[in-house]
Design a protein around this ligand. Structure first.
Ligand SMILES: Cc1cc2nc3c(=O)[nH]c(=O)nc-3n(C[C@H](O)[C@H](O)[C@H](O)COP(=O)(O)OP(=O)(O)OC[C@H]3O[C@@H](n4cnc5c(N)ncnc54)[C@H](O)[C@@H]3O)c2cc1C
Length: 346
């Protein structure tokens, strides 16, 4: 791998080893592209499903019902079997025109150039710091992704009686994660008058003994060292204190698009994504993007069956959809390298 990096001999560099990046890399190798390198900042490849310790993953990809971690492992194995090089603990910090990248890894910083680059950096939940909630840096404030990685990857239990903020599908996944770990949330909070998901999913909280407080928002997190309580405001502006030892902020997805935002690529502030054409190609045609880093506009997005149309949050694709998008974009990159993709027009 380092020889390829030293010689700057890369056909396609994929940024991100989640379902979209891995499926694209596998497709490219299977199509005969020689030097395909996946750059992943984490110590383990696989993306978000690595810490989704529940099924159903893999039905379309492997014709089996798998948990997230098993699904990730199978994707990584497939990539390695076809000769994809996966460089872990390697963060891409800057994109330049013509496919030049700055990277940092335990070996230090360097630059490399690839003939084509695929951005497959995924999506994250909005953290506490961006939610206009007053809080000091007390222990016990998490997103679902961080909670799941603590529980499923590190066997750590960060709290016992948290508040869950949000009622998106991922909020109920957080609820199940808590249940599996023996954590009993105090309640779920939703700013709107209805849960974001449809019946019967929103009943899950009640079945698990977790009350749902509607038209309620979190205003302040109390506790200096650790979370000790939260102040909430109900629809009438009445303030109330709830004792808890953690706060779990769920949903409100944001594409992991800071690389595109700070680079020369055209950026769509409405979707917070790099602008792409119908082939997944960015404004610099050496660059492509696929998976959850590219968000559809609200009117392009299909309403998943578990959401009510009026409550549709920021769209997010499931793992199989990102896997499929990665494959489709890889086929376009292959055509591009062969000179058969229609020329670029933005
Ligand atoms: C908390 C949470 C729970 C979810 N639960 C489910 C679920 O249960 N089922 C489901 O189908 N979908 C779920 N999703 C949706 C999830 O986004 C998709 O399943 C899928 O993982 C998206 O694939 P991806 O390849 O686009 O991105 P990801 O899986 O997010 O992979 C992106 C990869 O890029 C890497 N990366 C990012 N920036 C850089 C950089 N600068 N340099 C190097 N590497 C970088 C990341 O470390 C990551 O490994 C969930 C999402 C979240 C946030």
């Amino acid at each position: 791998m380092d020889e390829i990096l030293e010689k700057q001999n890369i056909d396609v560099a994929v940024i991100g080893a989640g379902p979209s990046g891995l499926s694209a890399a596998i497709t490219l190798k299977k199509s005969g592209i020689q030097r395909v390198v996946v750059l992943e900042r984490e110590a383990v490849a696989g993306g978000i499903p690595r810490h989704c310790g529940h099924p159903p993953f893999g039905i379309r990809e492997f014709q089996r019902i798998l948990t997230g971690p098993t699904y990730s492992k199978k994707l990584v194995e497939e990539a390695q079997n076809v000769g994809v090089i996966i460089k872990l603990k390697t963060t891409v910090t800057m994109l330049f025109s013509g496919g030049k990248l700055s990277i940092t890894s335990p070996d230090g910083g360097k630059q490399l150039t690839a003939k084509r680059v695929l951005l497959a950096t995924g999506i994250r939940e909005t953290p506490c710091s961006a939610r206009m909630v007053s809080a000091s840096r007390s222990l016990g404030i998490f997103n679902t992704g961080a909670l799941q990685s603590m529980i499923y990857l590190k066997n750590l239990i960060p709290f016992r009686r948290p508040i869950i903020v949000g009622t998106e599908i991922v909020s109920y996944s957080a609820l199940l994660t808590c249940r599996n770990a023996g954590i009993q949330p105090v309640s779920m909070l939703e700013e709107k008058a209805h849960s974001t998901v449809r019946w019967p999913i929103y009943m899950l909280g009640r079945w698990l003994g977790v009350p749902l407080l509607l038209q309620t928002s979190i205003v302040k997190i109390l506790g200096k060292e650790r979370v000790e309580a939260v102040e909430i405001s109900d629809g009438n502006g009445q303030m109330k204190k709830i004792v808890c030892d953690g706060v779990l902020f769920t949903g409100q997805y944001l594409p992991e698009s800071s690389l595109a935002r700070i680079s020369h690529l055209e950026f769509d502030p409405k979707t917070n994504s790099p602008k792409v054409d119908e082939f997944g190609r960015c404004s610099d045609p050496v660059y492509y993007a696929a998976g959850n880093v590219v968000q559809p506009t609200q009117d392009q997005a299909k309403v998943p069956i578990y959401y009510t149309a009026e409550n549709l949050p920021n769209p997010v694709y499931a793992a199989w959809q990102c896997w499929k998008q990665g494959r489709a974009t890889a086929k376009n990159i292959f055509k591009d390298l062969a000179g058969t993709l229609p020329s670029f027009s933005h």
